[in-house]
Design a protein around this ligand. Sequence first.
Ligand code: AMP
Ligand code: MG
Length: 469
Amino acid sequence: AMPRWVALNQGLARELEWPEALHQDPQALHVFSGNAIWPGMSPFASVYSGHQFGVWAGQLGDGRALLLGEIDSPAGPQEVQLKGAGATPYSRRADGRAVLRSSIREFLCSEAMHGLGIPTTRALSLVASPQPVRRETIETAAVVTRVAPSFIRFGHFEHFAHSGEEGHHEALKALVDFVVSHHYPELQGAPNRALALLDAVVARTADLMAHWQSVGFCHGVMNTDNMSILGLTIDYGPFGFLDAFDPNHICNHSDDHGRYSWNNQPQIGYWNLRALAQALLPLIPEAKDDSQIVIDVLQTYEQRFPQAMRARWRAKLGLQAEQEDDGKLAVELLQAMAAGKADFTITFRRLGDFRSDVAPDHPANAPVRDLFLDRAAFDAWALRYSERLKAEGSVDAERAARMRRVNPVYVLRNHMAQVAIQRAQKGDYSEVQRLYLLLQTPFDEQPGAEADAGFPPEWAQAIEVSCSS
Ligand code: AMP
Ligand code: MG
C-alpha cells in the first residue's frame, strides 16, 4: 500500500544535518515506511524481556521496532529506528504494525517532551499508509521513525540475566561493556562497571521521574521494557498530561489498579531500578556474600529523587534560595489544587503572575486564585508563599519571567492529540503539523493558540487511551 508523509520533523532533520528536502525524496518515503533501505543499512531488531505490571513476562520484544543503523550527528552518534514497519523475529504472534492513532500520539509527544526539555527519544518522521491493521476495529498503519543515542532498555539486561540460554552471562557482560563504552565512557575505569552503571542509571532515572512529575506527565505503562538505560522517556502509548489535578490520576485505561498513576511513578521508577539491579547481579561478584553494596547504590534513589523533585518544585514556584521546607510549601499547594481539582498546567502558569505585593485576595490575583474551589485555602497558602518570597528578596517581575521558562503554557493534552487524530484519519494532516510546531516552544504564548492554552473541553473526560496501539 502506498505510504504518505504525515509529518517530517524539519528541526530534527536540521539537527542531524540531514537534507531538509527529505520529504521531496521518494526514496526517503520508502525507507521511512520500511519498504526500502539505503546502501549501508542492515536493519535488525533486538531482543528484550521484562516485567509487565510487576510480573515477570519473559521475552517481549522488540516486536515492531527495527533499527536501521547509527548515524553521526553534531550531538554524537544517533540510532535511527522504525516503529511499526512489520513483523520482526520477536513479534510473537502480533503483526509488528502500529496504527495511525498511536503513531500520531508518539510523534507528537516525543517532540512535546523534547520541547519541555525532558530527555526523550525523538521522532523524525511519521508516514501513514492505507494498509489495514486489526485492533478492536480495523484501522490503518503508520510508521514513526525514532531517533535516540540508544534504544536499549532495562529489559535488554533482564533478558540476558534471566534467559538461561548458553552464554547468556557473557552476553550480559558484553551488553554492559557496550553501553558503558558507548554511552557512559566516564565509567570505563570503574572497579565494577555494572555497579557503576547502576549508580548512573539510578541518578538519571531519579531526575527523569522528577521531571515527569513536574509537568504532570503520566507515562501509563512503566513496565521495565519501557525504561531506557539512558534515562530517556521511551515508548509513548497511553500517556497523558494531568488536566484537573488528581494525584491518583490513571491515564491508561488498561491499568485497573492504578499501578502507574501519576503519584506512583517515582516509586515505580525505583521498583524498575531494583529489577535492573537484580539483572546486573551476576556481574557484581562482590555482592555474592553481601548484597549490601548493591542495596546501597539503589537506595541513593531515596535521596536523589526527593532532591531532584524539590529542585523542580522550587523552580516551578520561582524560588531561588534553597530552604528546608520548600518541599512542604509545594506539597501544600498541590493539596489545595487537588481539593478543588485545579488544572495542573494552568495553575502553575498563572502562579507566575501572582503578585506578592498585594493581598492574595486582591483582584490582581484573581486569575490564579479563582482556580481554587476553596479560596480560603489558597489565601492561607498564598500568604506563606508571599512571606517566603519576601524573605529571599524576590522581585515579582523577575520571578514571573523565571517561572514562564519552567511552567509551560502548552502540553499535549489528550483532546489535542484526539483532534489531530480524527482529522488525520480523514486524510488531513495539518493539525498534526500545527501541534508539533506549537509544542516545540511550549513556554512561549503563540498567537492563534489560545484554545490550546485553555481548559480541556468537557468531552475530553470521555477519551479513553489504552495499551491498544
Ligand atoms: P508496549 O506495551 O507497547 O511497550 O509493548 C510491549 C511489547 O509488545 C513490545 O516489545 C512491543 O514491541 C510488542 N508489541 C506491541 N505491539 C506489537 C505488535 N503490533 N506487533 C508485534 N509486537 C508488538
Ligand atoms: Mg514498549
